[in-house]
Design a protein around this ligand. Structure first.
Ligand SMILES: Nc1ncnc2c1ncn2[C@@H]1O[C@H](COP(=O)(O)OP(=O)(O)OP(=O)(O)O)[C@@H](O)[C@H]1O
Ligand SMILES: [Mg+2]
Length: 319
């Protein structure tokens, strides 16, 4: 199938969702006015605490949840007006492990390909099984697969129709370290081939390692959307731990101009904005204070620091 090539693989404008209430529960506003552009070819991370609205966002794109208002386009196709084309352009790995236990991985991939009208000659069942590391289990009942294997099978199911956009809702939850690395490698390969990836994860190091762009939602609202590098620069904070040859019980007064603490009798920790303070300057100041440096380490800002800062800020959004 040939696709037009839009600038944005996914685009939403003021997307909102309020789940209807019931006798026991009041209505729940899960998304409010989320406008997001996911550039074609990007590896995009959608982050947020539990209940932030990530799966709601993804399930609207997947056609599993009906939005309350706003617009959503996949590969330029409106999810309502051009539903069929929008659906064909996307493959979704849902958060829930919903696999029919009485089929084998091989059968399930074949069935899924059939659902999407992929002709037999074009089916890539074996290739996909290899990519998700399930070749050995190709003909085993799905109910005999472990949790991590099931999650990988879901990833495989989303790929059968070779969609240009692949959306993965926590694809590595419960997947062991080695297979997670393997899955990462596979996702990176797909991205290098031009597939746009949208991923949610609670492993922030994973998002930092894989994604070139990141959006953060909290209480249903978009609170940040930027390149990963720009997000990391935003905090402008670094930490330097200096281990001293001497045992001191107070920070020397000559270092008072720095934000520094004595964490142990022989260890100083400096907190500083790398855009304004050089690490060399700190080292010189420590030596000028007559101290000997026996060891030194610095810690860069991590996505986790940004995430905590952004999502713990008070919000007037829906709860
Ligand atoms: N079918 C539903 N009916 C009512 N409320 C719902 C429904 N699905 C989700 N919600 C609520 O909407 C909010 C957003 O849920 P959602 O599943 O989108 O969050 P999430 O960001 O994916 O969280 P997690 O990280 O836990 O997967 C939550 O408060 C949730 O309780
Ligand atoms: Mg979710």
């Amino acid at each position: 199938m040939s696709f037009e090539t839009p600038d944005n693989a996914v685009e939403t404008v003021d997307l909102s969702k309020t789940y209807a209430g019931s006798k026991r529960l009041p209505p729940k506003e899960a998304l409010r006015d989320v406008s997001l552009a996911i550039p074609r070819g990007s590896f995009f991370g959608l982050l947020g605490p539990n209940g932030a609205g990530k799966s709601t966002f993804i399930n609207i794109l997947a056609g599993l949840v009906v939005r309350t208002s706003g617009e959503a386009r996949i590969w330029g196709y409106d999810i309502d007006r051009d539903m069929r084309r929008a659906r064909r352009a996307i493959g979704v790995v849902p958060q829930e492990l919903n696999i029919d236990p009485f089929f084998t991985p091989s059968e399930l991939l074949d069935l899924q390909a059939g659902l999407y009208g992929v002709p037999r000659s074009k089916r890539r069942t074996d290739e996909i099984l290899a990519a998700i590391g399930l070749t050995a289990q190709a003909n085993a009942y799905a109910r005999t697969l472990s949790g991590g294997m099931r999650r990988r099978l879901l990833v495989g199911k989303a790929m059968v129709h070779s969609p240009p956009v692949l959306v993965l809702d926590e694809p590595t939850a419960g997947v062991d370290v080695e297979l997670r690395r393997q899955l990462w490698g596979h996702l990176r390969d797909l991205n290098a081939e031009g597939v746009t990836l949208l991923l949610t994860t609670h492993y922030l190091a994973e998002a930092q390692a894989l994604c070139d762009r990141i959006a953060i939602i909290n209480h249903g609202r978009l609170i940040a959307c930027d390149t990963t590098n720009a997000l990391l620069r935003r905090l402008d904070s670094k930490e330097m731990t200096v281990t001293l040859g001497e045992t001191i019980d107070a920070v020397p007064t000559s270092l008072n101009g720095y934000h520094v603490e004595l964490t142990r009798p022989g260890q100083l920790v400096f907190h500083y904005p790398p855009s304004r303070t050089h690490s060399g300057e700190i080292i010189a100041a420590v030596q000028d204070a007559g101290l000997t440096i026996t060891d030194l380490s610095t810690r860069e800002t991590e996505l986790e620091d940004i995430f905590i800062q952004l999502t713990s800020a008070p919000s007037e959004g829906p709860r």
